[in-house]
Design a protein around this ligand. Sequence first.
Ligand SMILES: NC(=O)c1ccc[n+]([C@@H]2O[C@H](COP(=O)([O-])OP(=O)(O)OC[C@H]3O[C@@H](n4cnc5c(N)ncnc54)[C@H](O)[C@@H]3O)[C@@H](O)[C@H]2O)c1
Length: 334
Amino acid sequence: MAKEPIRVLVTGAAGQIAYSLLFSVAKGDVFGPDQPVILHLLDIPPMMGVLEGVVMELMDCAFSLVREIIPTCDEQQAFNDIEAAFLVGAMPRKEGMERKDLLAANVKIFKSQGKALDQFAKKTVKVLVVGNPANTNAFICSKYAPSIPKENFSAMTRLDQNRAQSQIAFRLNVPANNVTNVIIWGNHSSTQFPDASHALVNVNGTIKKVGDCLNDDAYLKGEFITTVQKRGAAVIAARKLSSAMSAAKAACDHMRDWWNGTTEGQFVSMAVYSDGSYNVPADVMYSFPVQIGADRQWKIVQGLEINDFARQKMDLTGQELKQEKEDALSVCQD
Ligand SMILES: NC(=O)c1ccc[n+]([C@@H]2O[C@H](COP(=O)([O-])OP(=O)(O)OC[C@H]3O[C@@H](n4cnc5c(N)ncnc54)[C@H](O)[C@@H]3O)[C@@H](O)[C@H]2O)c1
């Protein structure tokens, strides 16, 4: 029997990440090749003309899974009955803008969207925040949606994970998916800690530790980390636009794994509501290695050994998240 369609929201739908993301969602790469979708596309009023063009193109792709497309600038219509949300739209940093002003502009957006989720979305909705500062935006969104479990909110560090995995794969000359269990700890910012010390690689059918295969501790503690941390800035410098294709692919990977579960023995990184595991700050959206079951519930992978080097980096990014949260809360008013 054919599945009932699910309602999927993409915000910032007229923007560049959404342009790639909508293609993959509509094609069935995220929710499955037999799962029809109703696409809710939210953007701001001045972008409605551009959004019309995106709708035309989606129609012209003749995707068999797309049952309906709802372009809108109305939050009630956008969030109504949705089962999954990609919150991509955010206020970009403009020249001369202070960090605090940027945070305040985004608090306003994610507070309003949190309230809309609370009022109109399905209580089981899975929310992925992509718009920056992603971790803190997700925290604010969840705060204003108290009727939805905190576990249903996450922020994207999958692009950082994919970047890290790919750096190692190219270095070892293996396909990217042969490298697993690379971890991104903390904030999706330059303080994030890309950690390959638990990563594995499949070399001709044999699973080995990445560290043993690379045999280059200086690289893993130095260039590897800074390359991943600064990759977003490097793409902007080269393309004059921020990462879009790769961000969309990562958003799809994140939601697909959340929806369908992770592969046995493998973990993925998601910024989720922190319970203070590994002695990082609790009550912030911290990126951890997680495993996800068929019930769509993530669990933080426990018991990984944390050495002094990792400890210091995990604490640093945790402190930044705590500060970001305090700054955001200070402009929340209620
Ligand atoms: N977490 C990550 O790994 C990651 C990676 C890349 C980019 N990003 C972030 O994703 C966001 C989107 O990037 P982009 O390249 O698509 O930007 P973009 O400027 O091309 O598109 C953003 C869209 O969001 C819309 N928008 C703004 N406020 C909105 C609101 N309140 N409701 C709905 N839509 C709104 C804009 O009108 C625009 O169409 C940025 O914040 C960017 O920093 C995150």
